[in-house]
Design a binder for this molecule. Sequence first.
Ligand SMILES: Nc1ncnc2c1ncn2[C@@H]1O[C@H](COP(=O)(O)OP(=O)(O)OP(=O)(O)O)[C@@H](O)[C@H]1O
Length: 441
Amino acid sequence: MIETIIHRYKNKSFLIAYSGGLDSTVLLYQILKIKKKIPQIKIRAIHINHNLTCHSKKWVQHCEKTCIKHQIPLIIENIYIDLNEKNIEEKLRIKRYNVIYKHLLFDDVLLTGHHMNDQCETFFLSLKRGSGPTGLSGMSLETMFGSKKIIRPFLNITKKTLLLWAYHKNLNWIEDFSNSNINYDRNFIRQKIIPIFEERWPFFLKNCLRTIKICQEETELLTNFLNKMIHGLIKFDGSLNIITFKNMKKELATALIRHWISLKKIKAPSYKNIQSIYYQMIFSRKDANPKIILKNNEIRRYKKSLYLIEAQPNFTNRFLFWHNINLPLTLPNNLGYLEEDNNGIILPKPKNNELINIRFQYEGKILILGRNQKRKIKKIWQEKNIPPWLRNKIPLLFYNNIFIGALGVFIIKIDNINKETWTIAWKNNLLSNHRYIFSFY
Ligand SMILES: Nc1ncnc2c1ncn2[C@@H]1O[C@H](COP(=O)(O)OP(=O)(O)OP(=O)(O)O)[C@@H](O)[C@H]1O
């Protein structure tokens, strides 16, 4: 079966994730065996030294020796982690994949030695976390890994089968002694849980795999259904129109919210977060400004839609002076810069003794150009369709303490006796991203 998979990709090149352990050693030798039949396949290997124990160097040497013997180009990379950190397993995994990803060439496919036991362990870990069918679906034989592909040819093969093959072929591999440390969740499941189940029900692993397969199929079915349904709900700016959600079954509404977030390629939110989004965003008052924080992102509701935005640093109290207008003024938090530019916004010119300054917050009533009545600034933001989370990202221009305007949104009506003007351009990504939704001019 592994031969069929490799044959399908015979025109690609393979990068083998080679830890030196049993699984990836069998993988390496099976690929070498296939190469004898299909000589055009190209293989390289990569070993990541986690630098966790004093044995790490020996593993590197072992991998080097094997690869030299079989003339396989080997990449060796080092990663380091603070052993006092939490969730070491997860952090190592992420670091390892990031490093491997950098070495994948245009036509490379990554091969790993994951097998049926790994798959079942992953299933148990997901159970422990309280995952739904998507989380319980575990790994797939083939998955996209950024713009590249990972193939796990042994996913339907038990560790026992790999072990027998390795003994039969008299292979050498490294035993990782940290595998017996049951402080790590995966090891605990591997050592203490699965053997008990297997002893009582010898077909346990195979049946567990069937459950995973069912979860995968149902997830795929649901994903296809949600893809079709969400199509008409996602607006051109990426927000989700939730106007109809109140009248939907809760399960459908939450599935759509979860699916919309998954399309943003961020870590899946917890069940609790999805429930909070549903109750706080769908049923909140029209003028409420609810916000749910998801690690580095926030879900916000504005009018009839949900928005997923990057978490906002608070810099409402920031105050910048623009002393030399011949030089651009860099704004904080990647908001771009201001510069004098003939294609910019026409503004009354400051007097010589006036200090130009930029702020990000203003409260109170203002009279804007083109109006004859003052209004609260909050009402002006609403009129101009600027959602609350963008309001303190817009530079407010002041001359001394006189409010001149919110760049790109409105200008304050002031007495400009000399009628002298100048033009400032605000160069940023904010405007271009939101030009079509919000009333920037
Ligand atoms: N140090 C390493 N260097 C290169 N590849 C590795 C390394 N460790 C693991 N791999 C690859 O990952 C596969 C799975 O290994 P293992 O089950 O130990 O890792 P894991 O931490 O559970 O990773 P995963 O999250 O990918 O399941 C191995 O068969 C091998 O292909």
